[in-house]
Write a protein of this length. Structure first.
Length: 240
């Protein structure tokens, strides 16, 4: 049931086909729907906190969610961004542990949650659902390995170029002059955390990219005259 009490039909969800639930049949969807809730979040609102007990699995229906982890010294780092169709909390669900990271909305977002008890019952009844989670776990592990491999091969400059290219693919748009424009959905400190460096280092790299004519920065607005040139600059490090 949703917050307002209306029934939620997962089969009608616009992002189900690209989520972990893709491939399960309608009876399984109906079983999940019995323990499903949907909530709208405002910017900065928390979906779950690091250390909270796992209450189920979350699916991003709309908007963007930041996944953060806090170390023993209280320093918070952005690990990744989750988009519609992405599933959150499934590792802690299967491990039976508390959440290892926190999730918060960046801008307006809609997130569904399948309650833990309902999901356990559905998994017991549906081999297809088990296969879906195994497939997702393998895919996530492969993506994490590929990301780590690229990060090892790239300098801080190359990593920033990679993040800018990825964010442009998600959030960018083409200007009349043919350049790509991107309004950064995250802060520069978050950018630094994503590439594993300091905020001051990111600022220096941005100044270097501007000097090279590869990008221009004004607050959170980024102008990339030629996206292919930015990609080529990054790939030159990988092939060098």
């Amino acid at each position: 049931m949703s917050k307002g009490g209306a029934h939620i039909d997962c089969c009608e969800c616009l992002v189900a086909s690209r989520s972990v639930w893709a491939g399960i049949d309608r009876p399984c969807f109906e079983m999940l729907g019995k323990g499903l809730s949907r909530r709208e979040y405002g910017s900065g609102q928390v979906v779950f906190l690091q250390g909270d007990p796992n209450a189920g699995i979350y699916c991003v229906r709309a908007g963007m969610i930041a996944i953060r982890r806090t170390d023993a010294n209280g320093n918070s780092a952005l690990l990744k961004l989750a988009y519609p169709g992405d599933t959150l909390g499934y590792r802690s669900f299967f491990e039976g542990n508390e959440h290892r990271s926190s999730a918060e909305a960046i801008g307006p977002a809609v997130v569904c949650r399948v309650a833990r008890r309902t999901l356990l019952a559905a998994i017991a009844e549906s081999p297809a659902l088990n296969r879906c989670f195994v497939s997702r776990a393998v895919s996530d592990a492969e993506n994490a390995y590929n990301t780590l491999t690229r990060q090892v091969a790239l300098s801080n400059r190359g990593r920033l170029c990679q993040v800018l290219v990825d964010l442009t693919a998600r959030h960018g748009y083409r200007d009349d002059d043919g350049s790509d424009l991107l309004h950064l959905p995250i802060t520069r400190r978050d950018l630094a955390a994503m590439i594993g460096t300091r905020h001051e280092t990111v600022s220096r790299i941005m100044a270097r990219l501007e000097k090279e004519g590869l990008a221009a920065f004004s607050g959170r607005m980024v102008r990339i005259p030629r996206l292919d040139a930015l990609v080529a600059s990054m790939e030159a490090e990988l092939n060098g």
